[in-house]
Design a protein around this ligand. Structure first.
Ligand SMILES: [Zn+2]
Length: 400
């Protein structure tokens, strides 16, 4: 199987995950795909192949004399709950000419709207037919890793150390690392193969907290409320206005953090607000948290009783704080990219990754792109040309 056939086969499996499910993995069709991958891994002579009961696949490509640090490659099997992954009908565009690509009667992939396509002129692309997502996120990652395994198995003259491989379920709903057995994986560090363009790598992500703001008002019949009523919903509005206006997602980009009010529900008696708080810089994030507390204290004092409570929960932390303590992880990647003629670009992630959670479980884990774009919807595409480059990159990474 070549990488194109492999990718087309993988996306024929619907592996959509489900955030409302409490089973592990969240959907059983991920296991159907996992069993197929296990079979294929064994055919490629990958050792110690195991599918855990939580749906994580592990395997080892045995070393043949290499002495470099043992590394791992990780990709996820699930696709996003945001769009259907059922009955995907891929379209293949050979030698892309840079014009708009018609997906169906209504939808087109237009480089005016998606300027990253302009960099892919001359590439072979795969798109959807506009009715589903494509599933390049992250079956492109799996196809790249499996194609590397096949290449190494056919080319024993390439010396390398042991290479660990894992495929995880439920990444899109943030559960991909929940049941990941870092001890079982025994590699010194790893790379997730997921996300954007092939020349992009990521080792910085947000520090992420959530804040739940609970406000108790004093509800009294509005006809006789004078001097007595405290409307919890109005207190909520005041609270939100005490936070920096320009620290909202709609005003921020790159390394700018934000406070995002994503849910508010309330009446006169009681109001609750849910925020997420994000920043790459932990010190600034601590200041953001301080601002929440100052707003709370100020209003509690103004109303003369304890009407506001704020509870903070840590979601994940920036992997950079750990990864940068081991400069060889990024050095090794940059060297391999250079050997492949890829101009490496580090990009901060404005979100989290499974790799970030694994990094804090003692498996430092930056991310490498796959050549895909517009994930989680019908405009998703992937460049086969970039995926082939990805295979070459992984081989350079492990080559002695
Ligand atoms: Zn992904």
């Amino acid at each position: 199987m070549n990488i194109e056939e492999r990718f087309l086969k993988y996306i024929s499996y619907n592996t959509q995950c489900d955030e409302h499910s409490s089973t592990v993995p969240s959907t059983s069709n991920q296991l159907v795909f996992a069993r197929e991958l296990v079979k294929e891994m064994k055919e490629l002579n990958i050792s110690n192949v195991e599918l855990s009961k939580e749906g994580v696949i592990y395997g080892t490509i045995k070393g043949n004399g290499g002495k470099q640090d043992i590394i791992g490659f990780i990709a996820h099997m699930d696709t996003s709950p945001d769009a259907s992954g059922e009955n995907i009908k891929p379209q293949i565009i050979r030698n892309y000419d840079g014009n708009a690509i018609k997906l169906n009667q209504e939808l087109s992939l237009n480089p005016q709207e998606f300027p990253k396509l302009k960099k892919l002129v001359g590439h072979d692309l795969i798109t959807t037919d506009g009715t589903t997502l494509l599933g390049a996120d992250d079956k492109a990652g799996i196809a790249i890793i499996m194609s590397m395994a096949q290449y190494l198995s056919n080319h024993p003259e390439i010396k390398h150390n042991d290479i660990q491989i894992a495929f995880t379920p439920d990444e899109e709903i943030g559960r991909g690392s929940d049941h990941f057995d870092v001890d079982r994986f025994h590699s010194q560090y790893a790379y997730t193969i997921d996300g954007d363009e092939i020349d992009v790598y990521n080792y910085e992500n947000f520090n992420a907290y959530s804040a739940q703001v609970k406000i108790k008002g004093k509800s009294i019949h509005p006809g006789s409320a004078k001097g007595k009523m405290i409307n919890a919903s109005r207190v909520a509005i005041k609270f939100d206005q005490l936070l920096s206006e320009f620290m909202r997602p709609e005003y921020t980009e790159k390394y700018e953090g934000f406070n995002h009010l994503h849910h508010i529900e309330g009446q006169c008696e009681y109001c609750q607000m849910d925020y997420i708080i994000r920043n790459h810089d932990k010190k600034i994030l601590d200041q953001q948290i301080k601002q929440f507390n100052r707003a709370k204290d100020f209003l509690n004092e103004q109303y003369g009783y304890h009407c506001i409570d704020v509870q903070f929960t840590e979601s994940y932390l920036n992997m950079a704080d750990i990864v940068l303590q081991h400069p060889k992880i990024i050095e090794r990647l940059k060297n391999a990219m250079e050997k492949c003629g890829i101009e490496a670009q580090a990009q901060p992630i404005r979100g989290g990754t499974d790799g970030a959670l694994l990094t804090y479980k003692n498996l430092p884990c930056p991310n490498i792109g796959t050549g895909g774009g517009n994930f989680h919807g019908p405009f998703e595409y992937v460049s086969l040309t970039s995926m082939k480059k990805g295979v070459q990159l992984l081989i350079e990474l492990v080559r002695e």
